[in-house]
Design a protein around this ligand. Structure first.
Ligand code: TNX
Length: 534
C-alpha cells in the first residue's frame, strides 16, 4: 500500500506505508559474526536523529551525520543523551544510537571492536572506544543502499534509505592495517591526501604510511635545512608534479587522519633513496658534489655519506623534528634498496641511526633489508616487501626483527603492491613483482604462510603500499588502489580462515557491492575482469 500525493510542482511523491525493500548485506571487510533477521528493516527518514552517548561518540556521530546528510538531504541532528539536562526523547524507530559502553566488544578486542544491531525499532552501535564506534560506522554505512555514499543529494523518486535487520559483532584480526602513499615520486597535496584518508577509512584501515622522501623529491619542511624543500622539493618523476608539506600542512594531515582514527606513519627513507636531499646539501655526499635533481624511476643509486658526522647531524635533526610533529608511535626510517651503500657501512649506519631515533621514544620501523643489522633497538618493526615466496634472503632479514623482540608488517609485493598493473595491462603501474596482480591474486594469499617463524603472533599487521612513479592524479591512485585495497584490508581485518585460506568466490560479489559505493562516491576504481560485475 503506497500513498501518492501531488506536490506543488506536480511531481508525484510516494509516501511509503510499506517497509522498503532491502538487499542482503554485502560487507567488506567481512565481520566476525553477522546474523540477518527476517524482520522489517531499519529506515532512515527525515525524522531520524543520531543519539550519542559519552566517550567521544559525539564526534563520531557528527562524522556519520555529515556523510549521510549530503545524499539524503535529511537534517540528522546529533543529540547527546548522556546529558540529563537536554531531556532528549528516547530512541525512536528511525534513530541511530552510538554509545561508548565498556564491555561492548569481546574481551581482548576493546580498542576497535564493536556491536551493531539494526531493526525496524532502531539502529544501535556500541563499542568500548570511540575508535571502535568509528570502525562500526563503516559497517553501518555499507548496510544502506550504495547511493547513500553519493556526494550530492539523491532525490530520485521514491528513494528510501533502509538497512537490513542484522546483529553484528566485530573486531580486527591484526592491529596494524595500513595503506602507504608515495608522495615523493609525485607530490600529492593536502586535499588529495585527505581524500585518500577518507577512501581508506571505508575499509577500516587504521594507519597511513606517508613515504615522504625519495630520490625524486623531499616533501617535508625541516627547520635548519631549508634547501631540502626549496631545492629537493621541486622535482618529481618526469618533472610532472613537485611540492612539499609545510609543518602546518603536515599537522593538518595528521589531525584529519586522527579524526578518522588513522595514525600517520611518516617515512624518511635512508641511507639510499636520498638523491633529492643530496642535490640540496652536497655535504651529505662523500664527494662533496651535489648530484642533479633526479626525475627518472631507477632505484638504488644514491646514498648519504656513512663516514661523515655531518650525515648524523642531518639525520638527528630530521628524526627529532619528525618525532615532534608526529603524535603516533611510529617512525619509519626506510632502509630499502641501499644498493650503493657498502654492506658493512649500511649495517653500521642502521645500527647508529635506529638507536639514536629510538631516543625520541618512537618505535622504529624499517623495510626488511634493515634486518641485515642485528643491533637495532629492541622491538624495531620490520616491513616485509619481498614476494609471497621470499627471494634473496628476505626471510632471514625479516627474522632478525622477530629475534630482536619486534613484529612484522607484511607487504608482499606480488599481492599487496597497489602500483602493480592489473592483469588487463592497465595504463598505470609497473610489473616487476611477479607480473600483473589481479584482484583474485590480491586476495589469494596467506599471511601466516610466507615466512617460517612469522605466524599470527609475530605479525603486527598488513600494509598495501602504492608507489607513484606512474601516476600523479589522485583519481588514478584510486583506480590502482580499488578494489585491490579491499582484498588486502579484508585479509587484515576478517578472521583467519581454516589454513588461512580466504574464499575468493565469497568475496567477489561483496567487493562488487563495495565498488558500487565507490562509484556513488565518485572514487576511482578498476572494473577488474575477474569480478562478477552486474
Ligand atoms: C620498490 S618496495 C621500491 C620502491 C619502488 C617500488 C616500485 C620498496 C621498499 N622499494 O622504491 O617505488 O619498488 O614498485
Amino acid at each position: 500500500l503506497a500513498l501518492v500525493v501531488l506536490a506543488a510542482g506536480g511531481t508525484a511523491l510516494a509516501i511509503g506505508l510499506r517497509p522498503p525493500e532491502v538487499s542482503m548485506p554485502q560487507l567488506v571487510p567481512q565481520p566476525v559474526s553477522i546474523t540477518t533477521h527476517d524482520g522489517d528493516p531499519f529506515e532512515l527518514t527525515g525524522d531520524s536523529r543520531i543519539l550519542v552517548d559519552g566517550g567521544g561518540a559525539d564526534a563520531v556521530g557528527e562524522h556519520l551525520a555529515a556523510t549521510f546528510r549530503v545524499s539524503t538531504g535529511y537534517q540528522l541532528p546529533v543529540v547527546e543523551t548522556a546529558d540529563a539536562t537536554t531531556d532528549a526523547a528516547p530512541p525512536g524507530p528511525h534513530d541511530i544510537t552510538l554509545a561508548v559502553a565498556p564491555g561492548s566488544a569481546p574481551a581482548g578486542h576493546e580498542e576497535e571492536g564493536y556491536a551493531l544491531s539494526t531493526a525496524a525499532t532502531g539502529a544501535r552501535l556500541t563499542a568500548d572506544t570511540a575508535e571502535g564506534l568509528f570502525r562500526g560506522v563503516q559497517t553501518l554505512r555499507q548496510l544502506f543502499p550504495a547511493a547513500i555514499e553519493s556526494r550530492e543529494r539523491v532525490d530520485a523518486l521514491g528513494t528510501r534509505w533502509a538497512a537490513a535487520s542484522v546483529d553484528i559483532d566485530d573486531y580486527p584480526r591484526f592491529a596494524y592495517r595500513g595503506a602507504m602513499l608515495d608522495v615523493a615520486r609525485h607530490f600529492f597535496d593536502v586535499s588529495d591526501v585527505k581524500r585518500y584518508i577518507d577512501d581508506i577509512a571505508l575499509l577500516k584501515t587504521n594507519h597511513l604510511h606517508l613515504h615522504l622522501t625519495d630520490d625524486q623529491g623531499w616533501r617535508i619542511e625541516i627547520d635548519g635545512w631549508p634547501k631540502l624543500t626549496e631545492i629537493g622539493g621541486t622535482s618529481s618523476v618526469n618533472d610532472e608534479r613537485g611540492g612539499f608539506y609545510t609543518k602546518a600542512d603536515y599537522a593538518e594531515i595528521v589531525a584529519y587522519a586522527q579524526q578518522r582514527f588513522i595514525t600517520v606513519v611518516p617515512e624518511i627513507d635512508l641511507p639510499g633513496h636520498t638523491n633529492a636531499a643530496l642535490a640540496a646539501y652536497p655535504e651529505l655526499t662523500c664527494t662533496g658534489q651535489a648530484p642533479p635533481l633526479y626525475t627518472g624511476i631507477e632505484v638504488g643509486f644514491s646514498t648519504v655519506c656513512i663516514n661523515s658526522e655531518e650525515t648524523y647531524r642531518f639525520v638527528s635533526d630530521v628524526v627529532r623534528q619528525m618525532a615532534a610533529m608526529t603524535p603516533g608511535p611510529y617512525l619509519h626510517l626506510g632502509g630499502d634498496e641501499s644498493l650503493s651503500t657498502p654492506e658493512a657501512d649500511f649495517v653500521r649506519f642502521i645500527e647508529r641511526v635506529t638507536t639514536d631515533a629510538a631516543q625520541t621514544g618512537k618505535t622504529i620501523i624499517g623495510w626488511h633489508e634493515m634486518g641485515a643489522a642485528t643491533a637495532m633497538p629492541k622491538g624495531t618493526i620490520g616491513q616485509y616487501w619481498s614476494f609471497t615466496r621470499p627471494q634473496d634472503g628476505a626471510e632471514d632479514d625479516t627474522i632478525t626483527f622477530v629475534r630482536n623482540g619486534g613484529q612484522v608488517i607484511l607487504s608482499p609485493a606480488d599481492v599487496a603492491y597497489l602500483d602493480m598493473v592489473y592483469e588487463t595491462g592497465t595504463e598505470f603501474g609497473q610489473a616487476w613483482a611477479q607480473g600483473p596482480t589481479s584482484v583474485r591474486e590480491s586476495y589469494g594469499w596467506k599471511p601466516t604462510r610466507i615466512i617460517d617463524g612469522v605466524g599470527e603472533e609475530q605479525i603486527l599487521g598488513i600494509e598495501a603500499p602504492i608507489w607513484t612513479e606512474t601516476m600523479h592524479r589522485m583519481q588514478d591512485v584510486e583506480y590502482m588502489a580499488f578494489p585491490r585495497l579491499a582484498s588486502v584490508m579484508e585479509i587484515a581485518w576478517s578472521p583467519k580462515a581454516e589454513h588461512d585460506q580466504h574464499d575468493f568466490e565469497a568475496f567477489a560479489p561483496r567487493v562488487v557491492a563495495f565498488s558500487e559505493r565507490l562509484e556513488a562516491a565518485g572514487i576511482g576504481y578498476h572494473r577488474a575482469p575477474d569480478l562478477p560485475w552486474t
